[in-house]
Design a protein around this ligand. Structure first.
Ligand SMILES: [Zn+2]
Length: 571
């Protein structure tokens, strides 16, 4: 069999463009056709496919599945690399299992799980950022019809192909050059003597009156944030910036929702972002006291793995990651994944830049982003020069702007070093998240038919009793809170008599109910020997048949989420 190393196009050491990412996916499907299948869940307005790689033998056989996506935000390229690394390790579990540093029990379980990997939800956005370095939230398009206001339209002005930053000297400027590091713009203080600067994106002003410069706004010419465009708790633009015209108005988010709605077997969901170095878990809209305690206990297991392998802390979206207090984000993908699809859903903000700068953890994690001080910024610039090849702070060059006159262009290129880890850090970022996700996959419910008993009765009748049990960590429903979702049907047994016949034809379809798993998360008190911490046989169910004559019963037992097991019982 060909080796995975030969098939790698270097995503653990580089940020791939769409062509190379596509070539990587084809390299796997061509070399490992028994374990990889490539599909497209959407086509973008610029004509790129949103690729979905399915990993696992016999991909149409329904069984528990995990979903991994990245690069929904255009500049967050490391998400694609990490998603590809997870895909590579999932393939490795089948083709080179000995090279994975995993206990055999975990390996055995995750090999029974299907992986759906979408390495780049926004290929148009990523391509635009890779080519131009421009600031772009999700997609490089603006479908708005209201065009009367002045606004910044970002783009290359000086002809170097890049859209970086522009600074303009202004006595009322909010920024000043750091004395320690000329060129680096920092917050102005009362002691500073100038010159002072205003900072704009490289670009032109639409509807410019020749005098008033509009304030830069990160969604000025790209109003859609795909991570506000998902259906659960979606709200329109006046309530949620970036929402889009309606939930799933964009082909990328619609493709995700259509596929995942058709695949209730997805029980876990990793949504990759940058940056921060943190795992963000549900709830996103309410405090932990409103969360199902059994869910919370299982998320504590995830928290422990993420701390162990990546060194990242875990926070709740609501408790520590609201940008405005008491104003939950609306329409984001993990809220959809957790609340609407019942998945063990989590966000990882890759790349712990704040920790690298030695910043103390603030009371709420999201405050890191607002607390970067002047001294931190100088530290960042030193670090960039010493460890990142000076990529983040290119020099300023004078330029005569057609609207603003004399400006300077350059200054800031956040692609590698701020938005994403430097390339030499990327391999470790990839392997840490793969180690965690493979363990999450091993939590899957797993149905087994473990006992079949036949007992002859008078009159040529045989009593057949079949025991099915779940030997997985999670119940047949996945997360406990997912039990309430209408698609999350109980386990059922379907029988077809071949040659013989069922005494009661109605017994051909029997509802067996959900089967619990053995796992219950961490810190639930079940470990205390003073009180019994185990349950009865809530993990097993029995289907009973009365069969007349000789022949066989074809059994298929399972559910749309837990998958199906089958058996032929000769009578
Ligand atoms: Zn993001």
């Amino acid at each position: 069999m060909p080796s995975l190393a030969d098939a790698s196009l270097g995503f653990r050491h580089a940020y791939l463009d769409h062509d190379r990412l596509t070539a990587q996916l084809h390299a796997w499907t061509e070399r490992f056709p028994d374990f990889c299948r490539l599909g497209s869940i959407a086509r973008t307005p610029e004509g790129r496919d949103v690729w979905l790689l399915t990993i696992g033998p016999d991909p149409d056989r329904i069984r528990p599945a995990v979903w991994v996506d990245g690069n929904l935000h255009a500049g967050e390229l490391a998400g694609s690399s990490v998603a590809l690394a997870i895909a590579e390790d999932a393939i490795r579990a089948h083709v080179e299992p000995e090279s994975l540093e995993l206990p055999p029990a975990i390996l055995d379980r995750l090999r029974g799980v299907l992986f759906y990997v979408v390495p780049r939800i926004s290929p148009d956005g990523a391509e635009c950022v890779l080519r131009t370095a421009r600031s772009l939230r999700s997609v490089p398009r603006d479908p708005r019809v209201e065009r009367g206001q002045p606004r910044w339209a970002i783009g290359d002005i000086d002809g170097d192909g890049l859209a970086l930053a522009m600074r303009v000297q202004d006595p009322g400027g909010e920024l000043v050059e750091a004395p320690e590091l000329p060129g680096l713009l920092v917050e102005r203080t009362l002691e500073d003597e100038g010159p002072f600067y205003k900072l704009y994106p490289e670009g032109m002003i639409e509807n410019f009156d020749g005098k008033r410069v509009p304030s830069p706004f990160f969604l000025s010419d790209n109003p859609i944030d795909l991570n506000r465009n998902f259906p659960w708790s979606w709200a329109p633009g006046h309530e949620q910036i970036g929402a889009g015209a309606f939930a799933t108005s964009e082909p990328e988010s619609r493709g995700v929702v259509e596929f995942t709605t058709a695949h209730p077997e997805i029980f876990a969901w990793l949504n990759l972002h940058t940056f921060g170095g943190v795992l963000i878990r549900p709830l996103g809209h309410a405090p932990d006291s409103k969360m199902e305690p059994e869910d919370l206990a299982i998320f504590r297991q995830l928290e422990a793995w993420t701390l162990e392998h990546a060194g990242y802390p875990t926070v709740s979206g609501y408790e520590e990651f609201l940008y405005e207090p008491d104003k939950p984000l609306r329409g984001d993908i993990t809220d959809y994944a957790y609340n609407q699809r019942g998945a063990l859903a989590y966000v990882v903000e890759l790349w712990d830049l704040f920790k690298r700068l030695g910043m103390a953890r603030p009371p709420k994690f999201a405050q890191y982003y607002e607390r970067v001080s002047r001294a931190d910024l100088v530290k960042l610039a030193w670090w960039d020069r010493d460890e990142n090849g000076g990529r983040s702070f290119p020099p300023w060059r004078p330029f005569d702007h057609p609207q603003l006159g004399r400006v300077e262009i350059g200054g800031i290129d956040p692609r590698v070093g701020m938005w994403n880890p430097p390339l030499h850090e990327l391999p470790a970022v990839c392997s840490a998240q793969a180690a965690v996700l493979l363990r999450v996959a091993a939590l899957a419910p797993r149905l087994r038919i473990d006992r079949i008993e036949r007992r002859p009765l008078p009159g040529g009748i045989t009593r057949v009793e079949v025991r099915v049990h779940n030997d997985g960590y999670l119940g047949s429903y996945g997360l406990p809170s997912a039990k309430k979702l209408e698609f999350n049907e109980p386990v059922y047994a379907a029988a077809r008599a071949d040659g013989c016949e069922l005494v009661d034809p109605g017994a051909a379809h029997q509802i067996l109910g959900h089967l619990e798993g053995w796992g219950h998360g961490l810190h639930t008190g079940a470990n205390l020997p003073a009180y019994p911490g185990t349950r009865g046989t809530t993990n097993a169910a029995w289907a009973t048949y009365l069969v007349r004559g000789a022949g066989a019963l074809e059994l298929r037992i399972g559910s749309c989420r837990a998958g199906f097991v089958s058996s032929r019982v000769e009578i």
